[in-house]
Design a protein around this ligand. Structure first.
Ligand code: BMA
Length: 310
């Protein structure tokens, strides 16, 4: 069978050598469709070992990236909860706020936490601070309110790494927590941990959730990508989930790097029915894979195995 996602022939799209300043690696970018250009919020790991977020822009979303020489969010900007770094930002356009909402991992000696900031122009940001305390990461805000409330997916870690949902009437006081997508345990490709990849995408068949799943091997974890459909009005209700992963580390740039065997999507855009998924490869570069949304939804719905065994 043909793969659902097609890798760009331009992969890796962005490597560390293309940054206008020295750094160790660039990966796990959030994405925003600005109409006349695609903006990526790159996670850059500097040579201090800590990460910050830097803006890159491209007219076609594939080539000619213009990368800013100053970070947008940096660990030295004053937040005590970010002094070890700012990581893995998911960018959501929230029309009723007329703003972009950035949900990212704020890392400090207290552990990784979920922080939120908002922006209108990706030149200045308003930090709302830590909204979900450690240990929590992989958060993404839904693009619209559901029954009058904002919704967020997040991944608290006690003993397990499951995806939860929470609701709030603002972007900070999250409650009404429920598990949305649990780990499958055992030998499954998403048996050990799961986490949100892209902010949920609204379709007529439900919220499309692209997520990452981890299998722990003797040699270390393998990060792969799966998809799920959540009920539009009650997203805590998981309707379907891919039995198989839909993208796994295969290309040399996904197999080898600072952390081998990692594909880690954080951002995507939808253009003319196509989903463009930007993902970090091996914690070392930024790549792109695309699929038609209709094909992906049909693939999820058609296979009976995707509807049971959640
Ligand atoms: C996760 C996150 C990601 C990273 C991945 C693989 O825990 O921290 O940022 O890409 O590990 O190293």
């Amino acid at each position: 069978m043909e793969d659902i996602f097609h890798r760009s022939e331009h992969n890796p799209l962005i490597e560390v050598s293309e940054l206008p300043y020295p750094a160790n690696a660039v990966f796990n970018a959030g994405a925003a469709d600005l109409g006349d250009e695609v903006l990526l919020l790159l996670r850059v790991e500097s040579r201090s070992g800590r990460s910050h977020l830097t803006v890159a822009r491209s007219r076609d979303g594939v080539t000619g990236w213009r990368i800013e020489d100053r970070p947008l969010l940096h660990p030295d900007q004053g937040s005590p909860y970010e002094i070890y770094g700012v990581e893995d930002c998911r960018v959501t356009r929230v029309d009723d706020l007329d703003r972009w909402v950035l949900a990212y991992t704020a890392f400090s000696g207290y552990g990784p936490a979920v922080a939120i900031a908002t922006t209108t122009d990706f030149r200045t940001v308003d930090r709302l601070g830590v909204v979900l305390p450690p240990n929590n990461k992989d958060a993404a805000v839904f693009p619209r309110r559901i029954h009058g409330k904002y919704a967020i997916l997040h991944r608290p870690r006690g003993d397990e790494g499951n995806i939860w949902i929470a609701y709030a009437s603002d972007l900070t006081r999250w409650g009404e927590n429920e598990v949305v997508l649990p780990i499958r345990s055992g030998p499954w490709w998403d048996g050990a941990k799961v986490g949100t990849g892209l902010p949920p995408i609204e379709t007529e068949h439900g919220w499309l959730l692209i997520y990452h799943g981890i299998k722990n091997m003797v040699s270390g974890p393998i990060y792969r990508v799966g998809a799920a459909l959540l009920d539009l009005e009650q997203p805590q209700h998981l309707m379907a989930r891919t039995h198989h992963w839909i993208l796994g580390p295969q290309a040399p740039y996904e197999r080898t790097g600072d952390v081998p065997n990692v594909v880690f999507p954080c951002g995507g855009i939808v253009r003319n029915g196509e989903l463009w998924m930007y993902y970090g490869a091996a914690d070392s570069s930024i790549c792109l894979a695309t699929t038609r949304i209709d094909d992906l939804i049909s693939y999820i719905i058609a296979d009976p195995r995707n509807h049971n065994g959640h």
